[in-house]
Structures are given as structure tokens and as C-alpha cells.
Design a protein around this ligand. Structure first.
Ligand SMILES: [Zn+2]
Ligand SMILES: [Zn+2]
Length: 478
């Protein structure tokens, strides 16, 4: 190739890249404008779900509302997937690639709170959206609808799906959806979680096993005939003592916590039944497997030593999240384009009232206006997104739906999530997910790259759910 033709090819290539960039600016601007226009409607949807505050596997109204929105936008709906009445898949388009956007909508027990900047319970002992899943589901639906509108223009082939995933808070809806095979043909999962910063997630999470250990003894009069009795509570206490000793001999980043859910009815009756509910966590499921086996042995040993019997029910088991940098790079570009948002004077006043109730080192109040550098390392929570991320390359972001410094599962999260701070943050997430998904459809290089990284991280490991053939625990909140 002579110099003249080289220059010509270079300038043509440059002109092509510039034209592609201009086209991208046009579609991205159109998507962002469209989402701005629809933002008030989505804020209303989110507020309705916030008001329903339905806990895991009881999210009938929340699930139905999101299904309605997606159906009227042109999606076809398959409801009740994976033997879970509130789980659904909404689809639009045909063929490859298949991009999934995932949405949650369950609330937390005992976190009822009004949308005001001080502690004010709405329903005594009632549930509340302390993890912002009303925003999670709504933003995900908003993004999916935007992507559908873009696909409908017929520029690219492919399928966009919204997955309505119930009972994230301990019920593991996604695990059973994975098991039902509904993610089998998916090329990438795009998702988010409410938070107090605008940030792409490159971190893993904690794998988490939970189980209820039930001890059975013999009741007797605690004073007149204690020798006739065998205390089920002794079984629980012996198990707890052994597990507490074990803490010194597990990797120190492991987390083990329990509550005694039944310890007898009266001190003068030897309890014939007692139950303890355990969580154990570690950032690598393979390490957690070993810790879990020792906890089971402690339970068996406790029963043997106290003359009781023990059985246990595995309530949930989620993997740690497998990050994907190739997808995170795409999402980072999208989030930087979307940017953060500023508070209105009313929102600023609300945030200033909330801030003194928060503890620890607080990020600056105006952190919502920025994109915070990506989260890396281990995020000290657990999610059933973990299982999904071991079967499909997955990417997530966090968006500032709560006042900076607010922890999840707090009344402050319920409060901000129920007003405009929550809905503004939600739209940052909706826009970022929409731009991310459209970029994945537009540029055929991203998905093979994400898949290659996924395979490399897996290193031949074959994912297998730790819940086995267990039915979804539809009654775990009853
Ligand atoms: Zn949560
Ligand atoms: Zn959550």
C-alpha cells in the first residue's frame, strides 16, 4: 500500500468512526430524553410499589403492576416461572443477542417508615422498602422499555428481556429461575442496586448459606422431674457454643450470625422443641462449603451430647457475585455519560435532616452529583444475583437513591426511597442500564469479550446450586 492510499484508508476509517460516534450520540440523546419525559410516570409506579411494601413471594400487586407496564409497552409476558407465582419474564424481539435486565420488588419485614426525614413508623411492625427494591424493579422496567423502543426501530436484531425476580431478601428467587433454565440463552445480564453513590460495581459479594436447625427433646417438669426431660434448648445452646468457639478457626473474613427463633415456652417446662436460624458467609463459595460442613457437624454433635435429635432446613444459599470487567467497562462509559444529579432545595433540606441520624464516616453530601470510582474487592453483602453471575456474564451499578452515608435496610433508606431523591437516583440507573444494553446490541465486539472473560474466571468450575431440588420457599416470610 503506498502512502497516498494509506492516508486515504486512514481518513476513511476516521470518518467512519466519527460517523459512528455521531450516530451513537443521536440515539443516546434520544434514549435519555425519552426517559426524562417518562420519569414522572415511573416515579408514580415506584411509589405505588413502595406503598404495597410486599415481602418475599407475596409481591402479587408489585409483580402485577410491573407486568402491566411491560405488557402495555409491547412485551409478551410469561408469569409464574420457576414455580413462583410472582416471578415472570417479559420479552420483546427475536433472535440473538439476548440481553436481560433484572428487576426486584420485595420489601423487608419490620421496616415500615414514612417518607419523612425522621423516624416515623407508618404501620407498627409492618414491612418497608429498606433495600429500595421498589426502585430496583421500576428502573429495570424503564430501561427494558427504552431498549425495546430502540430495537423497534429495526436497526439491530435481538431480544430484550425483563426478568421479574421475587424474594431477593432471603428467598433466593433468582436461584430457582436459574434452575428453571429461563436464563439459558441469555448473553449478558444488566442490573443495578439502589445505594448512596453512583458507581459501577466491579466487586464480588459474600456467598451466603442459611438454615434453620431444629432440635427435638422431651418435655418434663423442670423442678419435679428434670431427669425425665431432654432440653431441645440445650441442643441449640450447645451448637451455638461450638460454633462460637469455631470462629477463631475459620478465615477471619468469614461471617457467622444466628438468632434463636424458638427457645421453649416457659422456664418450668423442659423445652421439647427449639430452633436456631443461622447465616454463614464468605466471599468464595468453595471456602464457605468447608465452613458450612463444620457448622452442620456442630449441630449433629450438639444433638448427640444433649440427648436430643436434630434436623435442619436449608433456607437459602447464594453464591458470591462473579464480576465481569468487559461489561463493567461498557457500563462505566454509560454511567459517565448519564452523570449524577443535584438536589432541589427541598431535597437538600430533607437530606440535611437525615444526615445527623447517620453514623460512621459520611461521604460528602454532594456525592450524588458525581460518578464515584468503581467499587472493587468484596462488598460485604449477599445477593441471589450471585448465582446468576455464575451462569451468565453480569454487570451491575449502584445509583444514589439514598442520602450519602445511608446504609441499606435502614429507615433512612425507606424514607429517601419514598420521595424524589429515590426516584431521581432511580432514573440514573434506568438511563445507565438502557445505554449499556443498547451499546451491547450495537457493538458486536463486547459480548464475545465478556464471554471469554467469564469462561476464564470460571476456570472450568461447574456451577451447581447449593439448594439442590428444594422447592422455592414460598412461605419463608409467613
Ligand atoms: Zn437487602
Ligand atoms: Zn437489595
Amino acid at each position: 500500500m503506498n502512502r497516498v492510499s494509506r492516508v486515504l484508508v486512514f481518513s476513511l476509517g476516521f470518518a467512519g468512526a466519527a460517523a459512528a460516534q455521531a450516530r451513537k450520540s443521536t440515539w443516546a440523546d434520544a434514549v435519555l430524553t425519552d426517559l426524562d419525559t417518562k420519569a414522572p410516570g415511573y416515579a408514580t409506579t415506584a411509589k405505588q410499589i413502595w406503598g404495597f411494601a410486599e415481602v418475599g413471594y407475596q409481591e402479587e400487586k408489585s409483580s402485577a403492576l410491573l407486568q402491566d407496564r411491560l405488557r402495555s409497552a409491547g412485551f409478551s409476558i410469561e408469569a409464574g416461572v420457576g414455580e413462583m407465582p410472582t416471578a415472570f419474564v417479559a420479552s420483546y424481539g427475536s433472535g440473538k443477542p439476548v440481553i436481560a435486565i433484572v428487576g426486584e420488588f420485595d420489601a423487608l419485614p419490620g421496616l415500615s417508615q414514612d417518607a419523612v426525614p425522621m423516624r416515623k413508623v407508618l404501620v407498627e411492625g409492618g414491612p418497608g422498602h429498606g433495600c429500595g427494591h421498589h426502585l430496583f424493579g421500576t428502573a429495570a422496567a424503564a430501561a427494558a422499555i427504552s431498549v425495546k423502543d430502540w430495537l423497534a426501530q429495526g436497526k439491530r436484531p435481538g431480544t430484550i428481556r425483563f426478568y421479574g425476580t421475587p424474594a431477593e431478601e432471603g428467598g433466593g428467587g433468582k436461584i430457582y429461575m436459574v434452575r428453571a433454565g429461563v436464563f439459558k440463552d441469555v448473553d449478558a445480564v444488566v442490573s443495578w442496586h439502589p445505594g448512596d453513590l453512583n458507581q459501577v460495581t466491579r466487586a464480588t459479594t459474600l456467598a451466603n448459606n442459611s438454615a434453620k436447625f431444629r432440635f427435638h427433646g422431651v418435655s418434663a417438669h423442670a423442678a419435679a422431674a428434670p431427669d425425665q426431660g431432654r432440653s431441645a434448648l440445650d441442643g441449640v445452646e450447645a451448637m451455638n457454643a461450638m460454633v462460637n468457639l469455631m470462629r477463631e478457626h475459620v478465615p477471619q473474613e468469614a461471617r457467622i450470625h444466628y438468632i434463636i427463633t424458638s427457645g421453649g415456652k416457659a422456664p418450668n417446662v423442659v423445652p421439647d422443641f427449639a430452633e436456631v436460624y443461622y447465616y454463614a458467609r464468605h466471599s468464595d463459595m468453595r471456602v464457605l462449603d468447608g465452613i458450612w460442613e463444620r457448622i452442620l457437624n456442630a449441630a449433629k454433635g450438639a444433638a448427640l451430647g444433649t440427648g436430643t435429635t436434630m434436623d435442619f432446613e436449608l433456607v437459602n444459599s447464594v453464591y458470591n457475585v462473579l464480576p465481569n470487567d468487559a461489561l463493567a467497562d461498557v457500563m462505566q462509559g454509560a454511567l459517565e455519560r448519564v452523570g449524577g444529579y443535584a438536589y432541589s432545595p427541598d431535597e437538600k433540606a430533607f437530606a440535611e435532616k437525615i444526615r445527623p441520624s447517620l453514623t460512621g464516616t459520611l461521604p460528602p453530601m454532594d456525592e450524588t452529583t458525581r460518578v464515584t470510582p468503581p467499587e472493587t474487592g468484596v462488598s460485604p453483602g449477599s445477593t441471589d444475583m450471585g448465582d446468576l453471575s455464575w451462569v451468565v456474564p453480569t454487570v451491575q451499578l449502584s445509583a444514589a437513591t439514598w442520602v450519602p452515608g445511608t446504609p441499606a435496610h435502614s429507615w433512612q433508606a425507606v424514607a429517601a426511597g419514598g420521595m424524589s431523591i429515590g426516584s431521581k437516583g432511580m432514573m440514573v440507573a434506568a438511563k445507565t442500564m438502557a445505554l449499556t444494553a443498547i451499546e451491547l446490541f450495537s457493538n458486536p465486539a463486547h459480548l464475545p469479550k465478556a464471554r471469554a472473560e467469564f469462561d476464564k474466571r470460571l476456570g472450568g468450575f461447574v456451577y451447581q446450586s447449593r439448594v439442590g431440588d428444594r422447592k422455592p420457599p414460598l412461605d419463608y416470610r409467613r
